[in-house]
Design a protein around this ligand. Structure first.
Ligand code: FAD
Length: 302
């Protein structure tokens, strides 16, 4: 979608919004798949209600983009614009065991920064690409931990009230790769409470998690991490592997040889290739095991 209305463009510029026209989402997502649209980079959180209001007024749909590491985006000219938070100058502030982080901050860098300040707990998240906002939305986790366990407060633009609100951790439910935020809520900042730990100890934990990832995941290929959630008591990757589907492909989309729940863009995969592969594997798992696999990857197909 191309924004052309001069009044709208002037109003957005007045709100300090940076407009990048005709951006390819293939270049902004880890899968390397996706069509083109206009990208609005928001430099000031407080302008979000007004930016969304202006877009709504003109019937322009929008999506929120973090680091693009959990997204499968359709091809072609996209019928919505993308909003993304620009990175703040000071992204992380620490006071005792409380860490206040901007949602646009890089997750991995945040984990390391906390580690250097002797705050641990998030070692498992090292190697999870993307932003802190995306991790909150997805309740990202690995190796037995999830970010939601450490959340004390989230500052969020709430679509229902059209205002920026601060929610306490107890007001939000964080489940396995799912949170109680509405789809149109935008995370702006979070306060985490992290346990004190010596830097050396955290570093050892980080090394172990890094090693596990390196030995089991196709880190040099384009992917969005796990495609499916694990059903209760079962492993999606193990089932796909047992069905002999590693290497199974549709066009340029392929089940990784390394990790059967990672689907990679092995060449010029289209969104249709990836969607067909997902549907095919889901059907085979359903037929063999009776599990209806749920997507972990977020699909922007409309
Ligand atoms: C190699 C690899 C390994 C991975 N390993 C793991 C893992 O171990 N554990 C795990 O949980 N995930 C993993 N992932 C998936 C992904 O990295 C996480 O889900 C990550 O937290 C997504 O963050 P993001 O900023 O990239 O979000 P995006 O992909 O940009 O967006 C994902 C969703 O969050 C929404 N969103 C993003 N930012 C905001 C915001 N500020 N406010 C509101 N909504 C927002 C988007 O609208 C979208 O619905 C992996 C991915 C890759 C490529």
């Amino acid at each position: 979608m191309k924004l052309e209305d001069a009044k709208l463009l002037a109003a957005l510029a007045g709100l300090d919004v940076e407009l990048r026209s005709g951006v390819s989402l293939a270049s902004l997502t880890s899968l390397g798949i996706g069509g083109t649209t206009d990208l609005l980079r928001l430099r000031r959180h407080e302008t979000i209600p007004e930016v969304v209001r202006l877009l709504d007024e003109q019937g322009i749909a929008h999506r929120f983009l973090g680091g693009g590491s959990n997204l499968l985006v359709r091809d072609g000219e996209l019928p919505w614009v993308v909003l993304q938070l620009a990175r703040a100058e000071q992204e992380v502030r620490i006071e005792g065991n409380i860490v206040e982080v901007d949602a646009a901050a890089d997750l991995g860098r945040t984990v390391t920064y906390c580690a250097k300040n002797n705050l641990g707990g998030m070692e498992g998240l090292i190697g999870v690409p993307g932003t802190v906002g995306g991790a909150l939305r997805m309740n990202a986790g690995a190796y037995g931990m999830q970010i939601g366990s450490y959340v004390r407060e989230v500052t969020v633009y709430r679509a229902a009230s059209r205002r920026i609100e601060t929610l306490r951790g107890e007001q939000i439910s964080f489940e396995y790769r799912h949170t109680s935020f509405a789809p149109d809520d935008m995370m702006l900042a979070v306060k985490l409470e992290l346990p004190s730990k010596p830097f050396r100890e955290i570093l050892d934990g980080i090394r172990i998690c890094n090693e596990k990832r390196r030995s089991s995941q196709p880190l040099n290929q384009k992917s969005a991490g796990c495609i499916f959630k694990n059903p209760p008591g079962a492993s999606a990757g193990r089932m796909i592997d047992e069905l002999g589907l590693k290497g199974h492909a549709v066009g340029g989309a392929r089940v990784s040889e390394r990790h059967a729940n990672f689907f990679v863009n092995a060449g010029n995969a289209t969104s249709a290739d990836m969607l067909a592969l997902i549907a095919d594997v889901r059907e085979r798992v359903r037929a063999a095991y009776g599990f209806e696999l749920e997507n972990e990857v977020v699909i922007w197909n409309e």
